[in-house]
Write a protein that binds this ligand. Structure first.
Ligand code: FES
Length: 58
């Protein structure tokens, strides 16, 4: 996945920021939310965060 792709338009959080947070131990959607803020506004990106985490886990 392109690191520059915006996953959460509400807060402008990119795939790269989520990947970095994952590497730093934020391995669940809730943890990603806490660390990056992604998913904490409208919630529309939560499925996409989950998909990205699943990709990172595999
Ligand atoms: S798109 Fe992520 S919280 Fe709205």
């Amino acid at each position: 996945m392109d690191r520059d792709q915006v996953i959460c338009p509400c807060l402008d959080v990119t795939a790269g920021q989520i990947m970095d947070a994952y590497e730093d131990g934020a391995v669940t959607v809730d943890a990603i939310k806490d660390v990056t803020g992604a998913g904490s506004v409208c919630g529309a990106c939560l499925d996409e965060i989950e998909d990205l985490l699943n990709e990172l886990r595999s």
